[in-house]
Write a protein that binds this ligand. Structure first.
Ligand SMILES: Nc1nc2c(ncn2[C@@H]2O[C@H](COP(=O)(O)OP(=O)(O)OP(=O)(O)O)[C@@H](O)[C@H]2O)c(=O)[nH]1
Ligand SMILES: [Mg+2]
Ligand SMILES: [Zn+2]
Length: 307
């Protein structure tokens, strides 16, 4: 006889949706609706994200298709941000993913390079491989798109130029998704859910257009959700983030997350150089010499100021 019959009945599952007090998890026996064991909820006061999408958990069955989450297994990676509010706290958006796909629209909404910079910082911070995905290519001249793509390509980041509307570039994107776990992150309206529908038409994820069709107002993706890809791997859709605030990155550390600046930082005249305007700054010299993108340096300076 097992000495701990309770533990013996537990199953390992993956959290695919977390909405309020209930979690939808994927087990070998299908999808179950779960509650979180009280003591895990109590931990919420300390760590604000006790159970997040992508978590691997141990579930105690309590009936057909239902269970209680007893334990969250250690996370191997995570995408986190500072949630805005009275007092900022860490919000873990998704866990145990390989890749962070920063989705930006080339237009509509207007491209904000600062968002991409921040997402790249949090990818490096959270142990995720970044991929820059520039959507709505159908609305922009190729030459203009190339200029934007070149900024991130020259830094060594993979870039996919796509259109969820026409299907342009979707094969290359698909190739980067298959067999891995990815999370889509971006401002509202950039086309994250539309890309998902283009990749896996069977999913029918809600988009702004679909919402308009059903007359339910402007709001689109309401919660984080994990979807299985037919070709293997998973993808997590997230609601649009208006402002991506960094979590747990200090002003001094920041330069280390800007790959083109990190190595130069030691060559400035002042040891405590902040690289935003001091004389003898090696990074500003590189910007002036055209070696570092001005847009990226402006992005650095703006984030630095906010920390
Ligand atoms: N022209 C064009 N429109 C697109 C493209 N991709 C998405 N759209 C449109 O952009 C709007 C927003 O798309 P969504 O997929 O809902 O955007 P989202 O990023 O999921 O937005 P949130 O869920 O609010 O974060 C919809 O009206 C789409 O039809 C594209 O490649 N080209
Ligand atoms: Mg969406
Ligand atoms: Zn400097």
């Amino acid at each position: 006889m097992n000495e701990n019959p309770t533990a013996a009945t537990r199953v390992t599952a993956r959290v695919i949706r977390a909405a309020g007090l209930q979690q939808l998890v994927r087990t070998d026996a299908g999808l179950w609706l779960c509650e979180v064991r009280g003591r895990l909820k109590a931990a919420r006061r300390v760590a604000q994200s006790p159970v997040v999408v992508g978590d691997w958990v141990e579930v105690e069955p309590i009936g057909a298709g239902a269970g209680v989450i007893e334990r969250v297994l250690p996370r191997r990676s995570q995408f986190a941000r500072a949630a805005t509010g009275f007092r900022p706290y860490q919000q873990i958006v998704a866990a145990n993913v390989d890749q962070l796909i920063v989705v930006a629209a080339l237009v509509q909404p207007v491209l904000r390079p600062g968002f991409i910079d921040r997402a790249l910082v949090m990818a490096e911070r959270g142990g995720l491989q970044p991929l820059v995905c520039l959507n709505k290519a159908d609305l922009v001249a190729t030459a203009d798109t190339d200029v934007v793509a070149a900024v991130y390509q020259s830094l060594g980041y993979p870039v996919c130029v796509v259109s969820a509307q026409t299907g342009q570039g979707m094969e290359a994107l698909q190739a980067r998704l298959t067999g891995r776990d990815s999370v889509l992150v971006g401002q509202s309206g950039v086309g994250k859910s539309s890309l998902l529908n283009r990749l896996e038409p069977g999913l029918q994820v809600r988009t702004q257009e679909l919402m308009r069709l059903h007359q339910r107002g402007r709001h689109t993706t309401a919660g984080v959700q994990l979807y299985a890809l037919a070709g293997g791997g998973n993808i997590i859709d997230t609601p649009g983030i208006k402002e991506l605030r960094l979590w747990d990155v200090s002003a001094e550390e920041l330069v280390g997350y800007f790959v083109e600046m990190a190595d130069l930082a030691g060559q400035c005249r002042f040891r405590d150089c902040t690289h935003v305007g001091e004389p003898g700054c090696a990074i500003i010299a590189a910007v002036d010499a055209g070696m570092i993108s001005q847009v990226r340096h402006e992005g650095y300076a703006r984030i630095h100021q906010s920390l």
